[in-house]
Write a protein that binds this ligand. Structure first.
Ligand code: ATP
Length: 366
């Protein structure tokens, strides 16, 4: 999905969720507002305990907000019990019935809804095809692999044609290779069915691979919402830059501000351009972030933004990482693709210049 406005499937407005009372009170969600568009693959990403599952459970109707409202296609769903919401959930544990066959598991939700037999049969056949499980339709789910169980759980959740599918860390029980395959498979399923997927994970790579947009969460708040590219290239806060990918943080002084850009002075005295987070006007001292692959090395420090000493060179097949110590004592990492040539003249213990070009630096809000 391109990052342009579409119709909203879900609107979460000023939602708080508090557990416990008195001193034991925990705000699992601290006034969260977010809109999730129709037909998008939307991911809630954050560390353990940040409130991802709580938000998913409120949308599913397994729990109720302490304050705020949740709209589905513009309608307040607070009054609807889970089974009346056009929303379905795939759990981490799959929750399949082991004594039933693959086909029976997939048809179970439709049976519960009292759908006619012929309709169930046709829909199950369609779902088996969608998740490529036709050959195992008659097998019990206790006799299939973890990856296959995952496919059945997805087919069962998709069978009643929900408008929104909630997925709570559904890939975490799979091994690395299978998880990678299922990431692509899930993206295909979302694209083919056109259903809005809301996916929960603490795995940044998983979020970047699959999502149209990502909401980064920390301590019950949503810190930033954007496309994987926005979140990676333009993190608005230090937590986001730190949680996703590798980062170099530098102290700088703001010496000028224009639309969306600032000019900042580094500890070396050199001035460079840096992008600004939306709607943020900095002044005085700021922290900027530079991704390791967005900085360049040169064997001389003339015309460089910063200079330092090479402490370590780590060759990693496709890339080489240069661990540097800047002249002001701070660490800095530069990553270079080996297809662009390794090292030319840059050796451990040597002095180097670091070039931070036009689009490489981003000012952080905190
Ligand atoms: P994980 O990735 O570990 O599942 P999460 O981001 O999904 O974490 P939540 O399960 O939403 O986090 O929990 C958010 C906070 O609310 C945590 O501090 C958790 O301990 C607390 N919490 C969640 N459910 C309850 C509950 N039923 N009673 C009390 N506290 C709860």
């Amino acid at each position: 999905m391109p990052d342009q406005p579409g119709k909203n499937a879900i609107e979460v407005r000023g939602v708080r969720k508090v557990f416990g009372t008195g001193e034991a009170q925990v705000a699992a969600l601290d006034t969260v507002s977010v809109s999730i568009r129709e037909n998008e693959f939307f991911t809630l990403l954050g560390p353990s305990g940040c409130g991802k599952t709580t938000l998913l459970r409120l949308i599913a109707g397994f729990d109720f907000p302490s304050a705020g409202e949740i709209l589905l296609h513009g309608q307040d769903i607070a009054v609807l019990p889970p089974f009346k919401r056009p929303v379905n959930t795939v759990f981490q544990s799959y929750a399949l019935f082991p004594h039933m066959t693959v086909a029976e598991n997939i048809g179970f939700g439709l049976e519960m809804l009292g759908k006619p037999k012929a309709e169930i049969k046709a829909r199950v056949a369609e779902m088996l095809k969608l998740v490529k499980m036709e050959a195992l339709a008659a097998r019990r789910t206790s006799q299939i692999s973890g990856g296959q169980q995952q496919r059945v759980a997805l087919a069962r959740a998709l069978a009643p044609q929900p408008k929104v599918l909630l997925l709570d860390e559904p890939l975490s029980a799979l091994d690395y290779k299978l998880r990678k395959d299922m990431q692509i498979e899930l993206k295909r399923l979302q694209h083919e069915t056109g259903i809005t997927f809301i996916f929960v994970t603490h795995d940044q790579e998983e979020a970047l691979t699959m999502s149209d947009r990502i909401a980064v969460m920390s301590s019950g708040k949503i810190l930033q919402v954007g496309s994987p590219r926005d979140i990676y290239d333009r993190p608005a806060e230090r937590f986001v830059a730190d949680f996703i990918g590798e980062s170099n943080f530098l102290k700088a002084d703001v010496v000028g501000v224009s639309v969306g850009k600032a000019t900042v002075k580094l500890s070396s005295g050199v001035e460079i351009p840096a992008s600004l987070p939306d709607g943020f006007t900095p002044n005085g001292k700021v922290t900027i972030v530079v991704r390791p692959e967005h900085a360049q090395l040169s064997a001389t420090s003339s015309r460089a933004s910063l200079s330092g000493t090479v402490e370590n060179v780590v060759y990693l097949g496709t890339d080489t990482h240069f661990h540097l110590r800047l002249d002001d004592g701070e660490p800095f990492i530069v990553r270079r693709q080996n297809s662009r040539g390794v090292g030319d003249g840059i050796v451990q213990g040597g002095k180097v210049g670091i070039l931070i070009g036009g689009d490489a630096a981003q000012v952080l809000k905190d």
